[in-house]
Design a protein around this ligand. Sequence first.
Ligand code: COA
Length: 140
Amino acid sequence: MEYRENMLSYKDYCTLRESVGWHLFSEEQMRTALEHCLYTITAVENGQTVGMGRLAGDGMYFLIMDIVVHPAFQKQGIGTNIINMLLKYVEDKTPAGGRSSVQLIAEKGKEPFYEKLGFKLLPHDFCGAGMRKVIRKLPG
Ligand SMILES: CC(C)(COP(=O)(O)OP(=O)(O)OC[C@H]1O[C@@H](n2cnc3c(N)ncnc32)[C@H](O)[C@@H]1OP(=O)(O)O)[C@@H](O)C(=O)NCCC(=O)NCCS
């Protein structure tokens, strides 16, 4: 398995999302999002992209998105490697004496995967629940 940095293509992005039954966003949004990531990892086996992960952020707060391993390649440690590479990027960018907050929304039931990688469930003693608002627009 080969892990590549910042090589995630629009085509592979759509194929991987569809491989796990995730809906796509509009093409314009997806292309813009891919251009604006801080960092991406793709896992490539025999020329086929079988896993991906993306990171966005501003140097203090980081967001992990689109962690997908193709169903035929799951449970082989690929997802773990992708997260660890994204976390290493954040660690490298965090200055001495600084701190960074890495956030994500787990799919229902996938929390144990992230807990094994050091993420804490919210809410906990010091934080409330994570929250989000989705904004939708009808086709023009
Ligand atoms: C979740 C996902 C990324 C995990 O990738 P993976 O390569 O299969 O995971 P790994 O092989 O690195 O597994 C690491 C650990 O997490 C556990 N794990 C993996 N998938 C899990 C799941 N669905 N539920 C609970 N634990 C899980 C594994 O058992 C393993 O534990 P172990 O080391 O004690 O055996 C992958 O299953 C996937 O792409 N799922 C569909 C898309 C998705 O839900 N992505 C997450 C979005 S939040």
